[in-house]
Design a protein around this ligand. Structure first.
Ligand code: BGC
Length: 545
């Protein structure tokens, strides 16, 4: 039975679903303009289905000036011509469903584009108007300073003058990201009503779920008080408690959950909740979102003690609030795991091991396009960088967003574009062909084959009840650097995170990220799934704390 057929029979299919993140502008270019689009994606849906995943999360494709590559939305219920048409979207949804793939869209409720008609109307209407009350407009101080000391995630103050130089309109507007991304004012009920309409539009079309962008930051502290420190934001929005994790935000997700549950089948909400495990878990209480990414895990380095410590914290949060974490090691905002885990041969092996490890954990998991090809970050030449974070904050996310290589030969941007196309929107490096889908297909030991094998086995273990979505996890680190996670009472996940080979724990190896030679040792940078032979004894565990 396929993963999706199995899921269709059960309530809560999403609990252990594996979702493939598509960053449409870098997936496949169908119309030859050098930017990925619906035509390219439609053509390659069978590739995604062949991986054995349960669905796709598509990052924004709605009309946008593309200042933040689509996260600056100017119309929430339409398609940017850069990507295609609404008819093509409908076709995509239908084809995906026919292949057993669910579709999740990104919804961006914290901010829109400064070209959104409601923001344009607010600018035109002037101070004190109901139009301005949809956003955060406020007067600065007499000496020309902004309304408070909040910093933008992309660098610099989080405020811009709406009408610089005007004596009559001295207001500033808030943008936690770039000035082209004004923040909505969620204390105004009209904003909540507007977004309910957005949800209903896409759910009504048959979209299966939504990934909620910057989900923890919609509400700002009442009165917009100064943050305790004016230091630049160091970890997303977390370091400013006045814009993050306000209690009122939970009411939004209770309302969205009622909306999601009113459809048949129910629609699913997964949040980008970039908070510590105990706070993030509160967003997945039974009447709120279904899932939230385990952000504490997303950015970890290759460090057994850190994995065990964060895993233990996530497990404690799961026990308290009930929902297992949703696992990911990569997305379009962070350094790819091959690079983050050290680069070169070891980074390559570690990224494979890390992926095998998270696919063995209970709960949902996400694979970012290209992760199945072990793509590293690309050092995009400075002149070609387009990420607004680069211009404002000196950090570029472009290296993790380079258009995918499909063929070994460099023609047509390694198969990303059709013949005669424009150059790809970000340049691809000369080694790209060696990481292509074609190269992986021809190598039985490739990461692509590893991932499809792991997903097949995961589906079987779920069907046999050997993996259960609500399995408890107990994390340990052995003195030789072996990270261990006891999953339920039948499975042991082991990752060799030290520099030497580790004796294999007792049990049958079901899956290994690298060959085991000799068989009784786990080479460094290798992960295995082990079926335990009870009773488990003789292991020299000690707790990570
Ligand atoms: C998205 C980023 C985006 C930011 C602002 C995020 O968390 O994933 O790509 O720049 O929100 O919308």
């Amino acid at each position: 039975m396929s993963g999706s057929a199995l899921h269709a029979q059960r309530d809560g299919w999403w609990q252990d679903a594996v979702i493939y993140q598509v960053y449409p502008r870098s997936f496949a270019d169908g119309d030859g303009d050098g930017v990925g689009d619906f035509a390219g994606l439609l053509d390659r849906l069978p590739y995604i289905a062949s991986l054995g995943v349960d669905g796709i999360w598509m990052t924004p494709f709605q009309p946008s000036p593309q200042v933040d590559q689509g996260y600056d939305v100017s119309d929430y219920c339409a398609v940017d011509p850069l990507f295609g048409t609404m008819d093509q979207f409908d076709q995509l949804l239908e084809s995906a469903h026919a292949l057993g793939l669910r579709i999740f869209l990104d919804v961006v409720p914290n901010h829109c584009s400064s070209e959104h008609p409601l923001f344009q109307a607010a600018v035109a209407a002037g101070p004190g108007s109901p139009e301005r009350a949809m956003f955060h407009f406020a007067a600065g101080s007499d000496d020309g300073a902004p309304p408070n000391n909040w910093q933008s995630v992309f660098g610099g103050t989080a405020w811009s003058r709406v009408n610089p130089g005007s004596e009559t309109d001295r207001e500033w507007y808030l943008h936690l990201f770039s000035p082209e991304q004004p923040d909505w004012n969620w204390r105004n009920p009209a904003v909540g009503n507007y977004f309910e309409g957005v949800l209903r539009f896409w759910f009504g079309k048959g979209v299966d779920g939504l990934r909620i962008d910057v989900a923890h930051a919609l509400f700002k502290a009442d009165g917009l008080p100064d943050a305790p420190t004016a230091d630049p934001v160091v970890d997303g929005l977390r370091s400013n408690p006045k814009v993050s994790d306000q209690e009122e935000v939970h009411e939004v997700y209770r309302r969205w959950r009622r909306v999601a549950d009113s459809y048949s089948p129910g629609r699913v909400l997964v949040g980008e909740v970039n908070l510590a495990p105990d706070r993030a878990a509160r967003y997945t209480r039974p009447d709120e979102m279904h899932q939230a990414f385990a952000f504490a895990f997303v950015k970890l380095g290759w460090d057994a003690a850190a994995w065990a410590a964060v895993g233990t914290e996530l497990e404690a949060a799961r026990k308290e609030h009930g929902a297992p974490p949703t696992w990911a090691l990569e997305n379009h905002d962070i350094s790819r795991s091959v690079t983050r885990f050290g680069g070169g041969d070891r980074g390559f092996l570690r990224a494979r091991a890390g992926l095998v490890a998270i696919l063995g954990l209970p709960g949902g998991a996400y694979i970012y396009q290209g992760q199945e090809l072990s793509l590293p970050d690309v050092d995009v030449p400075v002149h070609a960088r387009v990420d607004p974070m680069w211009a404002r904050g000196g950090v570029s996310r472009d290296g993790a967003r380079v258009p995918l290589p499909w063929t070994t030969a460099p023609e047509n941007a390694y198969g990303f574009s059709p013949p005669g196309a424009a150059e790809p929107w970000l340049p691809q490096p000369a080694f790209w062909g060696s990481r292509s889908v074609e190269a992986h297909r021809g190598d039985p030991h490739s990461t692509l084959h590893l991932v499809t094998g792991a997903l097949r086995l995961r589906t079987e273990l779920l069907a046999e009840g050997i993996f259960a979505p609500d399995d408890a996890c107990s994390w340990h680190v052995r003195e030789d650097g072996l990270l261990l996670c006891e999953r339920g009472d039948q499975i042991l996940l082991a990752v060799a995170m030290g520099d030497g080979p580790c004796p294999l724990p007792d049990g049958n190896v079901l899956l290994s990220s690298s060959p085991l030679t000799p068989e009784e040792f786990l080479p460094p940078d290798t992960a295995v799934w082990i079926r335990r032979r009870p009773p488990l004894s003789g292991l020299d565990f000690y707790d990570a704390e």
